[in-house]
Design a protein around this ligand. Sequence first.
Ligand code: AP5
Length: 222
Amino acid sequence: MNLILLGPPGAGKGTQAKRLEERRGLVQLSTGDMLRAERASGTALGKKVQAIMDSGQLVSDEIMVDLIAARIDRLPKGQGFILDGFPRTQRQAEALDAMLAKKGLRLDYIIEMKVDESALVNRLAGRFSCTNCGASYHDVHHRPKHEDVCDVCGSRDFVRRPDDRPETVKARLKTYRELTAPILPYYRAKGVLRTVDGMAPIDRVAAEIESVLERPGAASNG
Ligand code: AP5
């Protein structure tokens, strides 16, 4: 099963992708995480994208399409995946369809996580993640069960993202409105878009996603 989680910064895509990895054995393909890994390793690509990410803008479509294509190519045959943070523009959506068709793959579900923008600055300001496994937490809504210990891997190292500062979050939301939200009609017109309430508590969102996945999916390229 292959699916896309679509929604603005802070909608909960990463949180739900991790849950889906655990429940369904799918692999999360987060383009944001891939770029942050490039930055952490100090690669040429990492250096190139640093200022773009920190200003809340999008990295070029060419770079992103190549990055995700290479990552999908490395998956074991038949391994299902969750796209988190990709596609983010109409060109990326179209390139994805073409790329998957060429590889004989398809998207089974495209799930929009609908949220009130006004809640997102607060969500992102309170976010921190496990440095080791990437599990995402929140100062108020989702604290680790044991103070300062990651629920998933037991690590005690956590990190906050530089682009979660309120000014940058506002720029990211603007970018989402202008460049990413316009791809929703593209998927809606294909009849493959499903919407869940991303404002519900995390467990309820997870249950709603499960109920979507229990209904028949659709092939976006078929
Ligand atoms: P990326 O890393 O993809 O960031 P994003 O899409 O802005 O999404 P986030 O990771 O911030 O939010 P999320 O929806 O995953 O929320 P989360 O689950 O963590 O991209 C970063 C940058 O990389 C971009 O700005 C761009 O520059 C570049 N980039 C990446 N992909 C690109 C592409 N394809 N093209 C071009 N450029 C690209 O949750 C947030 C917080 O809320 C957490 O603390 C969580 O615990 C909490 N929370 C989650 N769900 C709930 C809930 N239901 N109720 C209460 N709290 C909740």
